[in-house]
Design a protein around this ligand. Structure first.
Ligand code: AMP
Length: 386
């Protein structure tokens, strides 16, 4: 575990100044912590007030204590019910949060249980059924327990989403949605994330109410600038619509995703015929050809790169102005990853999705996952009239 860099503890604020109760101050003294870290100094008073909070901070900044301390403080007194749920992406983090809660509740009657997969089910079931104060869980195993009605969240007061970006990267969005559907609407929600890509923004918009944003250092500004749009278009007219859009408007660098390799090749041919320089990246191309296409795209020689799923993850291309989903992604998570290509490094970015009548259901699923409706844009002559 990373230790705190003492140079970051620059001001004189003490833990007592932050309003933490005596049992916590005693536990902190035992732990040998002299002063709060910047994220603790800024986040603790906000969380103590019961406000929603977005904490932009990485591991090693003291972020765990910035939510576990106010959480334990708020649990002092009150009924013995499950009142706090912390969701974490991994078992390691789950254990780390548990340890943190135990450390700060040394002089407080607060119980905590870690819940993750790959270990015995019954001990978790017993603890959950007993109404343990704090549940720290990975999403998958918790859902199992929820489905078996082993846990009662009707008294839940606080939800913490720890390392939200990692949870989404690991594909936990559907599980998160299903869990949050089953906990009280009126609650405090704290979201911590090292980065703020569009998918985390969407999650925050959906689950938090008027959050206070506490951040360390500069925040990547791009995330809020991605604009989504869905273009309803008959399946057979997608190529025409793409050519139409790319020749009518100034799109500097566009990444187009198609479902199939032949689809990608056809798009490239149609664009080239219309005078738009385009290249393809898919599994039938040799590594050399793929690298060359990527180079040309990065240098600006190619305005459009058409890729199948293989190119989807791990492609680091800064400065992309547009992502176009020629076909609606089959998995909502793929949509989130794709729009992550734009807006992350560029200052603006647009994400267009072409939707045929057959794909309406898939778009609805994506919208449910990202927690927002994507505006429909109708291009005269192309819309199928939905
Ligand atoms: P975290 O960023 O939450 O993973 O914490 C990093 C490490 O710093 C953990 O080992 C904490 O126990 C420790 N730590 C947290 N807050 C403080 C503090 N105010 N002073 C000194 N160490 C701390």
């Amino acid at each position: 575990m990373t230790a705190i860099d003492p140079d970051t503890l620059i001001d004189d604020t003490t833990f007592a100044d932050l309003g933490l109760a005596q049992p916590l101050l005693a536990a902190l003294a035992d732990a040998g912590y002299e002063r709060p870290t910047p994220i603790q100094r800024d986040a603790i008073p906000v969380a103590l007030k019961g406000r929603d909070l977005i904490g932009l901070a990485q591991t090693g900044t003291g972020k765990t204590a910035s939510f576990t301390l106010p959480m334990v403080h708020r649990l002092l007194g009150g009924p013995r019910r499950t009142r706090v749920l912390v969701l974490t992406p991994t078992r390691e983090l789950c254990l780390q949060v548990e340890e943190s809660v135990r450390k700060y509740s040394k002089y407080a009657p607060v119980d905590v249980i870690p819940v993750f997969g790959g270990v015995g089910y019954e001990p978790q079931e017993r603890a959950l059924r007993s109404g343990v104060d704090v549940v720290v869980a990975t999403p998958g195993r918790l859902l199992d327990h929820l489905e078996k009605r082993n846990v009662d969240f009707s008294y839940l007061e606080t939800l913490v989403l720890d390392e939200a970006d990692r949870m989404l990267d690991m594909g936990f969005a559907p599980q998160l949605n299903r869990i949050v559907e089953q906990i009280p609407k009126y609650r405090q929600t704290l979201l911590f994330s090292a980065t703020m890509p569009p998918e985390v923004e969407a999650l925050a918009r959906k689950y938090l109410r008027k959050p206070v944003v506490v951040q360390l250092g500069r925040r990547s500004s791009a995330a809020t600038t991605v604009t989504h749009a869905v273009y309803p278009v008959p399946r057979g007219r997608k190529n025409d619509l793409l050519v139409h859009l790319l020749t009518k408007e100034a799109h500097d660098s566009v990444l187009v995703f198609t479902r199939t390799k032949s689809g990608a090749d056809r798009v490239v041919q149609d664009l080239e015929r219309a005078g738009v320089k385009a290249g393809a990246m898919h599994a039938d191309k040799s590594q050399r050809e793929r690298m060359a296409a990527l180079e040309d795209f990065k240098s600006g020689k190619l305005r459009v790169l058409v890729a199948t799923d293989i190119a989807q993850r791990g492609l680091d291309i800064s400065g992309i102005t547009h992502v176009i989903n020629f076909d609606v992604p089959q998995q909502p998570e793929d949509y989130v990853h794709r729009i992550g290509r734009t807006g992350r490094a560029a200052s603006t970015g647009d994400a267009y999705t072409f939707m045929s009548a057959e794909e309406i259901g898939m778009v609805r699923t994506i919208e449910r996952t990202i927690g927002q409706e994507i505006p429909r844009v109708s291009v005269p002559g192309f819309d199928f009239g939905t």
